[in-house]
Design a protein around this ligand. Sequence first.
Ligand SMILES: Cc1cc2nc3c(=O)[nH]c(=O)nc-3n(C[C@H](O)[C@H](O)[C@H](O)COP(=O)(O)O)c2cc1C
Length: 331
Amino acid sequence: MALGTNAQTAVEVTRSGGFGFVGAALSTPEILKQDFAFIRTSFPNLEPNKPLPVGYGFVGWLLDKNEEAGKRMIDIVIENGVQAIWLAFGNDIGRWVDYVRSSPANARAHRDRRPLIFVQVTSVEEALVAANEWKVDVIVAQGTEAGGHGGSATPSTFVLLSEILAALPQDGTAPPVIAAGGMANGTQVAAYLTLGAAGAVLGTRFLLTPESPYTDAQKAALLAARTAGPCATVRTLALDYAGDTAYWPVHINGRGIRNKIVDDVEAGVDHATVQARCKVATEVGDQSYMIVWAGQGVALMNEIKPIKDVMAELHADLVKQLQKSQRLLKD
Ligand SMILES: Cc1cc2nc3c(=O)[nH]c(=O)nc-3n(C[C@H](O)[C@H](O)[C@H](O)COP(=O)(O)O)c2cc1C
C-alpha cells in the first residue's frame, strides 16, 4: 500500500507470522537505502543468501511514466535481496515482469535471492495473461471491496476468486491465487482459504495500527466510518481528482471514505477548487475533506492496535473458524 505502509509495517507483519509488503510506488532511492538498513538489522539472524522476508510493491503506470527511475528502483530492491516484488495497475505490466527477470541485478543475484513475482489482477482475463504469458509466481485476485485502487468494474472478491480458480488449470501447473479485498478478520480469511485461495491479503486493517504512516486524522476517519453505514466507502475517481492523481489506466479507480470531496465532485465543482480545498483540509486535519483510502471491511474495524496484536487475533480467529467448519461435516 503506497502511503499506507513502510519498512517498519512490513517488518512487523513478517515478524508476526505474515508476509509484509512495502508499497514503494512513491518511494525514492534515498528512502529505499534507509529502508534496507532498517530491514537488515530487523532480521539479524538471517542465513547468508536467504532473501529478506519482505516484499516491495510497484505501480505499473508510474513505472512507465519514468522508466529509468522505475528500473533503478527495481534494481535496488533486487540488489537488496527482497523475497518478492508486487506489480499492479499498468497497461504493460508484462514488460515490468520481464524487466525483473532479465535485469542485470537479477542475473547477479544469488539464485535463492531472486524475487518471486506477485501480480495483482482485477479480472479473469488479466489473471489468465499473468498465469499463461507472464508465468508469474503468485496471482493476487483483488475484488471490488478492496481499499485503494482497483478495477471499476470488478466483481466481489468472492466472485472474482471463484472465476479465476475455475479458469486456471487444476493440475498443479497454475500459480497460487491469493485473495485481496474487504477482509477485516480471520473468519473472512478462513472463508477465502476454504474457497481455494492460497492465502489472503489485508490492506486496510493495517492502516489502523500505531505503526501505519496514515495520519491520526486519517485513522480517526477510518474509525468513524464504522458508524457511517453501508455507503461509508465509495469506488470513485473523485479522490484522485482531489489529489491530482487521476492518471490511472482505464477501468481503474479507487475506494476510499466517502466524504465532502465526493459530494463536491458529484455536484460538478471544478477539480482545481476541489484540490485547493483538499490541500487546506489535509493541512488542518479536517477529516471531512481529506483523502482516506479504505476498503469495505473498515465497517468491521473498531480499534487501533499494534500489528503484532492484529496478526495474533487474525490467526486465532482463522484457526477457530477452520476448526468450527470441520464440525459441519459431522452434523
Ligand atoms: C492506502 C492504500 C494504498 C494502496 N496502494 C496500493 C499500491 O500501491 N499498489 C497495489 O497494488 N495495491 C495498493 N492497494 C491495494 C492493496 O494492495 C490491497 O489490494 C487492498 O488493500 C486489499 O483490500 P483491503 O484494503 O480491503 O484489505 C492499496 C490499498 C490501500 C488501502
